[in-house]
Design a protein around this ligand. Structure first.
Ligand code: ADP
Length: 363
């Protein structure tokens, strides 16, 4: 059967295991020889035990687990051609020419580059007598299918990235807990949530928790945000509300692009309203814990679609990223989505927030 490998790379997220499980089982079902690559690109470069054949039961009892059982890592070596040459050797000598990459835009960019170079990497390996002419011929095409694991929902082309829904559940559960104690003591809580380049978690959280205010990066706070915020809190308290929740995304900024931190917001509230105000930074709690039903199903569907895309690939099929469009699993050109995602980041760096939101589209 065809050699197929799956790996997780970049930041982890809940639901990655469901995706890994789905890739392994769909691959085996369709007659592939399926491998895990542990620790992302690092395992691909290092080879050895990092690349291990998977069987049906090696993915039993993982669907409910957060994180990724095959490990994830950042890998400097893979950014250089020398590292990618080692990786190509490790794949060819195992007969692996199909890769499923689960990661963020960095990981997908790396995979695309690897495929573009594949032919020349194999030529170099052959010239150095690392592989045989037969291997050079037999494994001449590399096929790539990607999917995005990220709690931030920060990737263009998919309605939801794997992990976002679980992170939302985790955040909301934490805020519900805080709300009960805040109520008792009539406190204001500033909650810092993840989302350096994308306010999705902050906005959805604000809606789900009846928050007073939220700060994000795509819609910078107006110049007099401090006055508006305090007026709104004061008004809500006057109407009988006993607490306030304010959501601050990690990447929140004002119109000049200056960061709005939880500490800054707290100072504004304390100085103007003299309220008992506390900060809770949720941090990595958001990325941990068991995946929601939605993320488990999403991982299953994306994994199966990725394997089918690889099995249907012809020599000139471009790398794809499996995405959710409405309720449909679809294959989109990988680099087009990566380019759009990067264009969003650039638009925000240029303070062109309308363009950023427009480019991001539905997600
Ligand atoms: P994410 O995939 O979550 O965006 P990173 O940007 O850190 O996370 O990328 C993860 C890994 O992907 C990097 O450590 C590196 O090994 C690989 N990678 C990222 N960008 C490139 C690139 N331009 N060329 C080659 N490899 C890359």
């Amino acid at each position: 059967g065809k050699g197929l490998a799956v790996f997780t790379s970049g930041g982890d997220s809940q639901g990655m295991n469901a995706a890994v499980r789905s890739v392994v089982r769909m691959g085996i079902y369709l007659g592939c020889k399926v491998y895990f690559i542990r620790e992302g690109y690092q395992g691909m470069v290092d080879g050895g035990d990092n690349i291990e054949e998977a069987n049906w039961s090696s993915v039993s009892s993982i669907i409910h687990k957060g994180g990724t059982i095959i490990g994830s890592a950042r890998c400097m070596e893979f950014i250089k051609r020398e590292g990618r040459l080692k990786a190509a050797y490790n794949l060819v000598t195992r007969g692996i020419t199909n890769l499923v990459v689960i990661g963020g835009d960095g990981s997908l960019t790396g995979a695309n580059l690897f495929r573009e170079e594949w032919s020349s990497l194999l030529d170099e390996l052959l010239a150095n007598n690392k592989i045989t002419k037969d291997q050079r011929e037999k494994y001449k095409y590399l096929h790539i299918a990607g999917m995005v694991g990220s709690i931030d929902n920060d990737f263009c082309g998919t309605d939801m990235t794997i992990g976002t829904d679980s992170a939302l559940h985790r955040i909301i559960e934490a805020i519900d807990a805080i709300v009960s104690t805040a109520y008792s003591h009539q406190r204001t809580f500033i909650m810092e949530v993840m989302g350096r380049h994308c306010g999705f978690l902050a906005v959805y959280t604000a809606l789900c928790t009846d928050a007073t205010y939220s700060f994000i990066c795509e819609d910078p706070a107006p110049n007099n945000w401090d006055k508006k915020l305090c007026a709104k809190i004061a008004e809500e308290r006057k109407s009988g509300q006993r607490l306030n929740i304010i959501i601050v995304a990690e990447g929140a900024i004002d119109r000049e692009g200056k960061p709005i931190t939880a500490e800054l917001v707290k100072n504004v509230v304390v100085e103007n309203l003299q309220q008992d105000t506390r900060i809770t930074v949720l941090g990595h709690v958001q990325r941990g814990g068991s995946p929601s039903a939605f993320d488990r199903i999403l991982g299953c569907r994306m994994g199966a679609e990725a394997v089918m895309a690889l099995m249907e690939a012809t020599p000139d099929t471009e790398p794809c990223v499996v995405s959710l469009d409405g309720n449909q699993a679809v294959r989109l050109p990988l680099m087009e989505c990566v380019r759009r995602t990067k264009a969003v980041a650039q638009a925000m760096a240029d303070k062109n927030w309308d363009l950023a939101v427009q480019l991001r589209g539905r997600s």
